[in-house]
Structure formats: C-alpha cells, structure tokens
Design a protein around this ligand. Structure first.
Ligand code: SF4
Length: 277
C-alpha cells in the first residue's frame, strides 16, 4: 500500500493547458478582442502577483500543468512579470510556459527570465505597428529567447467574431460543444473559467453566471480556487463538464461563419455598446 503523500502524487490531475491572465491592460485597442480588453473595467487591469502565485500553488498542489500560458491584455506591460516568470521557472508542476504577446511591446524583463527550453514567447500575428514588431523580434533573437509567430485559428488570420453582434440562441450547448476555445481553461482573478472570455464578458455584458453558488463543487460556470481537499474533486468535475457557460449564450463561438478583420483599432472612449447595435 502506498504512503499517503505518494498517493497524493499519483492522484494529481493532468491539465494539458491552463492560461493565466495577469490583467487586461493592453497597448492596443482591438475592437473585436475576444477578452474585451479595451472595454475591461479598471479593477481588471493588473492582478496582484502574490495572489496569482498563491492560487497557482493551490492548483499545482492538485494538478500538473503541461503548458501554462501567461497572457493579458498584454503581458509585457505587466509590472510584476519577472516575479511570475521566476515562480514558473522553479515550479516542478509546470512543464512548459508560453507567454502570449501581441509582439509590439519591448519587454522590460531581464532576458534571463525568458531564456531556456521551458519558455516560448508566442507572438500573435497582428497587422499593426510593424516597426515595433521588428524591434521586439530582434530583441528576442539577440537574447536567445525562443519565440514563434502565431497565426490565428480562423482562416487567413481573420478573427472569429465572437460577440460584437452575437446571435443569442437556443443552440448554446452545441455552440459550446463545437467551440475551439471550450478547453482553454483560464485562471483569472481567483477563478477558473472554460475560456478567457467568460469572466470579462460577464462584467461588460452584465449577465448572471449559472449556478454561482454551485461553483465550489465544480458545477458552476466558474470554479473558485480554494485550498481544501475537495478542490481536487471539483477541478476534475469542472474540466470534464460537457455543459456550456452562461457566457456562451452571449457569444457566437467558433463554429459559425462570422469572421472579422484582425486587430481593428477603436478610438479612445469608444465602448463595446457602440459596436453592438
Ligand atoms: S462559445 Fe463559450 S467557450 Fe466558446 S468562446 Fe464563447 S464563451 Fe468561450
């Protein structure tokens, strides 16, 4: 019979992917940002790194993460990024780390925080600010930092029009079932959500999530991260749930034909409502 601590090791949940949002602050103002970054409220701009690490410690007590993606907003604007990268480098339970950037912000972190096989910078292919993009890529090359250019999942680098003019409908479960983002589990501000859009969408669009109180047993739209033994059970249940979130009712998902030009910039002061008539 195994000793208790070994059993705990064996029972760790395997998560292929977890995204961590450091906050929605971004230098770009993309009208169709899937995460609503240009419209996000002030309290969602930057999350405290100690709180992020505290919750990652809990998650990795019960789960192993194959790929942790750090994203914003724009993560290279995040003032506490070095602390988070250092934590990720030292964590035995995080195998790989992707830093997802729009590629137009020269990193202020010291290069050594991004060097090595564990880290890969993923530069989204945005048709904006190309002078800066060349400088940023040069910085990565000069500092031997691994990076790749990421082309969007939809055709011809177009974006999915997830919700500027969404079609609310009864087909929400099949929309979720067919959504390419449904397993993009994201940790944001104390909660795990099925995709990086849902929590911000709730704030912008003002809907109520389903079964909020049921979150603690993995049956709600979002899973709160808490350090108790039944978190393991709740996490397992949550990541295997076949059910859509309320956010999916307010989203087009990725199975339709609604695609839009990437990175269309809005003016300062323009709101999400201005594009949703
Ligand atoms: S359909 Fe649901 S899972 Fe897919 S992007 Fe929209 S809110 Fe996220």
């Amino acid at each position: 019979m195994c000793k208790a601590e070994n059993c705990t090791e064996i029972e760790k949940i395997n998560m292929d992917y977890l995204c961590v949002s450091v906050g929605q602050a971004c230098n770009l103002r993309c009208r169709d940002c899937g995460n609503f970054a240009p419209y996000a409220p002030k309290d969602m701009m930057h999350y405290d790194v100690e709180e992020i690490i505290d919750k990652l410690n809990i998650i990795t007590k019960y789960a192993r993460i194959q790929t942790l993606q750090i994203q914003g907003g724009e993560p290279f604007l995040y003032p506490q990024l070095e602390i988070l990268l250092d934590y990720v480098r030292k964590s035995q339970e995080i195998k790989q780390c992707l830093v997802a950037t729009n590629g137009t912000v020269l990193p202020k972190v010291k290069p050594e925080y991004l060097q090595g096989e564990k880290f890969l910078v993923r530069i989204s292919h945005y048709p904006v600010n190309s002078d800066n993009a060349a400088k940023v890529q040069k910085w990565f090359r000069l500092n031997s930092i691994r990076y790749k250019i990421y082309h969007f999942v939809s055709e011809e680098d177009k974006w999915f029009d997830l919700g500027r003019k969404y079609n609310p409908g009864e087909d929400v479960e099949s929309r979720f079932e067919n959504c390419l983002f449904k397993n993009c589990y994201t940790f944001e501000n104390g909660w795990i959500e099925r995709c990086a859009r849902a929590l911000v969408a709730q704030r912008i669009m003002g809907f109520k999530p389903k079964n909020f109180g049921g979150g603690y047993n993995g049956e709600g739209d979002y899973l709160p991260v808490y350090d108790e033994e039944n978190f393991r059970y709740a996490l397992k249940k949550y990541i295997s749930s076949p059910h859509a979130m309320e956010a999916c009712r307010y989203c087009n998902g990725t199975s339709g034909t609604m695609q839009t030009a990437p990175a269309v910039q809005i003016e300062s002061g323009e709101r999400w409502e201005d594009f949703n008539d």
